[in-house]
Design a protein around this ligand. Structure first.
Ligand code: AMP
Length: 293
């Protein structure tokens, strides 16, 4: 396994690979969610590149860039076990060299809502770094988690809009046994907060059950999720959305595949989670079927 820190060396390593290349972009502090992407990418491709880069451009000044959890030694050990060929660990100076000033700044409702509204500049930072990683690594396939459902859809749109020659492979959410979606940020939670955080996945489970039972009224689903989160100590809701699965347009009626998307603070830690809602009798695409929980 090669560990590469410069763009020039990464480009040279890429040029020497004859077969298909899979890329898994991450911010490190790897958990089973990340590793599910890595394992799939390992199976699908002749060569596997994993990037670890805590991207300053996607953090607002008030956010947790400086204290974002990091453990490079452990990450490299895990990736060696997964038989990664290359781990790309650029510095901020490598990804944003002096004078860098070209940003991928998508417009429109898909990027303006939800995470885009709560975290101004977030998708600009994400799209810019992912586009740059795609240029440097030139993967045939890149793997993204449904955990970050809006990000996955924004990346898909960027790939379409810019005609980038890469296939985006979506992967289902990996959860802890009690339902909490795995996240590097879960490390911030105290034992009590960790307990309270289960309310997010409970709200999602309940919404799925409501839709299964025939509820179509999106407001009822949002209200029930809000009530579950409100009655949990130390949890404050940022947003609750019932939206079209593809466009993320807010829905009044769940008459098609939809997402329930949540963002909430548990103590000072901001967590996001989501689930797919499919009304009985509505068909889902094979790609979406692979993401169902
Ligand atoms: P991050 O390191 O948080 O930027 O995540 C890197 C990639 O792993 C993104 O595509 C995430 O959506 C994905 N990911 C993070 N957590 C999970 C999870 N619990 N299940 C599946 N994928 C995940």
């Amino acid at each position: 396994m090669q560990v590469i820190a410069t763009v020039a060396e990464m480009a040279a390593a890429r040029a020497s690979v004859p077969g298909g290349v899979g890329l898994v972009p991450t911010m490190g502090f790897l958990h089973e969610g990340h590793l599910s992407l890595v394992e799939r990418a390992r199976r699908d491709n002749e060569a596997l590149v994993v990037s670890i880069f805590v991207n300053p451009a996607q953090f607002a000044p008030s956010e947790d860039l400086d204290r974002y959890p990091r453990d490079m030694d452990r990450d490299l050990e895990l990736l060696a076990r997964e038989r990664a060929d290359v781990v790309f660990v650029p510095t901020a100076e490598e990804m944003y060299p002096p004078g860098f000033d070209d940003w991928v700044d998508l417009q429109g409702p898909l990027v303006d809502r939800l995470e885009g509204a709560s975290r101004p500049g977030f998708f600009r930072g994400v799209c810019t770094v992912v586009a740059r990683l795609f240029r440097i690594v030139q993967p045939d396939r890149a793997y993204f988690g449904q955990k970050d459902a809006q990000q996955l859809r924004v990346i898909r749109q960027m790939v379409r809009d810019l005609a980038l020659p890469v296939e985006i492979v979506p992967m289902p959410i990996v959860r802890e046994p009690d339902g909490l979606a795995m996240s590097s940020r879960n490390a911030y939670l105290s034992p009590d907060q960790r307990e309270n955080a289960i309310a997010l996945s409970r709200a999602l489970d309940e919404a799925r059950q409501m839709v299964q039972d025939g509820v179509r009224d999106a407001d009822r689903i949002r209200s029930r999720a809000q009530a579950i989160l409100d009655e949990t100590e130390g949890v404050s809701v940022d947003y609750i959305s019932v939206a079209d699965e593809q466009t993320l347009h807010e829905l009044d009626v769940v008459d098609r595949p939809a997402l329930l998307l949540l963002a909430a603070r548990v103590g000072a830690t901001r967590l996001i989670d989501n689930t797919i809602l499919v009304p009985p009798g509505v068909a889902v695409s094979p790609l979406l079927a692979d993401l169902l929980e």
